[in-house]
Design a binder for this molecule. Sequence first.
Ligand SMILES: Nc1ncnc2c1ncn2[C@@H]1O[C@H](COP(=O)(O)OP(=O)(O)OP(=O)(O)O)[C@@H](O)[C@H]1O
Length: 294
Amino acid sequence: MSTPIIQVAGLDKSFGRTMALDGVELTVDRGEIVVLLGLSGSGKSTLLRHLDGLERPTSGSVRVLGEEVPSLSGRRLRRLRSRVGFVFQQFELVPSLTVLENVLTGALAGLRGPRLGLWSYRRAQRLAALGHLDRVGLLDRAYQRADTLSGGQQQRVAIARALMQEPEILLADEPVASLDPESSEQVMALIREIAADAGLTVVCSLHQVDLALGWGDRIVGLRHGRVVLDTATEGLGKAEVMEIYGRVATATSELEAIERELAATSAATEASPGLRDADADADADPALADEGAR
Ligand SMILES: Nc1ncnc2c1ncn2[C@@H]1O[C@H](COP(=O)(O)OP(=O)(O)OP(=O)(O)O)[C@@H](O)[C@H]1O
């Protein structure tokens, strides 16, 4: 069996008195498409940021591509980051630069210091950037300012920028949270297609259960910084789907509706071996359902 590409063990992260991550265990194999599913504040961004060395654990281990990430600094950390693409909710493009220049900045991931202007990049890099823009369907926008594009288009530029690194892993932090439903679907489909073409491993955070179910191969649910479910999405029955809603649901009213639905399908619920009972406590305590109430 091959070594997992990501191995997180016993990861705790505190910000002052806030326990953002609490004993997180996560193993991802090469080529897997994993959704981190949870409400706002459940710890998704914090976990993703640990995978790229943007946060340091309070305790625990974070191994990515065979490296113990918290022990890396300087050139070794930059080298790791050059193998890990990151796509953010707010795209993080430079608005005044052209689309092409934004994509080219992806080539800087492993380097120190800025570059000025299109012509400071090698011809091969410029051609590669145009190829990635073509891949995301925006070749005709290459010389337009980034801030003249729609949100969905800007996120596609951000994906092209990440591809410029030729990453092995793509991390995406709520990549469609700022987009309308149609653009969201397009962007999520694009990420999947690209991942399949390039054999990428993807870890993507989302807060919508529906979107996660239709997109990921596997869902890892977070609540109050703890992993509360870890399940493959293929072949899930209605009862398992309802259970996923229950484990990450927000308002008490929503949870109650889910409990009624679960009661109605209790026979099917008994036959739900696909769900690992990663955190029975969170499941049993409706008060835990409202992440925002902490
Ligand atoms: N730099 C920080 N300083 C203090 N608290 C933080 C910091 N980063 C995260 N937190 C806290 O850690 C918890 C988890 O936050 P995190 O951003 O990881 O959640 P999330 O699930 O990604 O939510 P969202 O999608 O809203 O960002 C929250 O309570 C948050 O307020």
